[in-house]
Ligand binder design. Structure first.
Ligand SMILES: [Zn+2]
Length: 275
């Protein structure tokens, strides 16, 4: 099954909000998945995680997590690299306690280095993170995201190559790829090519358990500018839904439109109408 997830607590969540209330509100709206947005910081709160886990299980809401933006696994300064690994590990650890299945991470910036060198650095940091998997996050996936700017590590091939090596799966954000390539990745043919390449790297079965991001997006020559509501963007979202349906893609598709639940429901309803 493909779950459509809202990116954070729905805008209509009653005050004072928070993840537990957000899960309840999602369920109320007929949305059965949510990505927890720890993009500024990760709470170190095992008790709260247990509560999130209990509510999400009771309401049958699938959870994923977005790790902090402030990460660079290609950082030159050792302290920045250490802090990056720590933030990712904390997100993975709390995700495990909350019962989330996958944690999306923006892996790195090239900082003017050759992509090959950045790759080696990300690889080394990933090996260190993965050493902690058995103890800290045995059932959570580390998902490196495809990124929207040319200065960011995270082409489709890069995240697939590294994922294959560590037996993890990436977070494929088609909107980011669309922005990064100034308008590419926005047709039935190109959507299919993404899944073809994905399958080539990670195997046919991998298409049954994906972590996807999607939204409208504004971009310039430098790539991503900001996320947009689907209907105010050039995203060929109906075509994308058809490809998802036709190929029977499963897993979680997080809708990252600024109107959160509205576009999540739009995607979910249109997907459900497809034969
Ligand atoms: Zn992201």
């Amino acid at each position: 099954m493909l779950h459509f997830a809202v990116a954070g607590s729905p805008l209509s969540t009653p005050a004072p909000g928070g993840t537990v209330e957000g899960i309840k509100q999602s369920s109320e709206l007929g949305i059965n998945a949510l990505e927890i947005e720890w993009v500024q910081r990760v709470p170190d709160a095992p008790k709260r995680m247990a509560e999130i886990k209990a509510v999400s299980k009771a309401l049958n809401v699938t959870l994923t997590v977005h790790a902090p933006y402030f990460v660079n696994l290609n950082a030159k300064e050792p302290e920045k690299l250490e802090a990056s690994k720590k933030r990712i590990l904390k997100a993975l650890e709390m995700a495990e306690l909350a019962g989330a299945k996958s944690v999306c991470v923006h892996p790195a910036f090239y900082l003017g280095m050759e992509p090959d060198i950045a790759f080696t650095n990300v690889q080394k940091a990933t090996a260190e993170i993965m050493q902690k998997k058995p103890k800290l996050f045995p059932s959570v996936n580390l998902a490196y995201e495809t990124m929207g700017k040319g200065t960011q590590f995270g082409t489709l091939e890069e995240v697939l190559k590294i994922s294959k090596e560590f037996d993890i799966y990436p977070c494929v954000d088609i909107a980011h790829l669309h922005a990064r390539t100034n308008g590419g990745y926005n047709s039935t043919k190109e959507f299919n090519e993404v899944f073809d390449v994905y399958e080539k790297y990670l195997g046919k079965k991998s298409l049954k358990n994906m972590h996807l991001h999607y939204s409208g997006i504004e971009y310039t020559a430098k790539g991503e500018r900001r996320h947009l509501v689907l209907k105010k963007s050039d995203a060929k979202w109906k075509e994308y839904l058809k490809v998802l349906k036709k190929r029977q893609i499963e897993g979680v598709l997080v809708c990252e439109s600024p109107n959160l639940e509205e576009d999540t429901i739009l995607l979910q309803n249109n997907y459900a109408k497809l034969a």
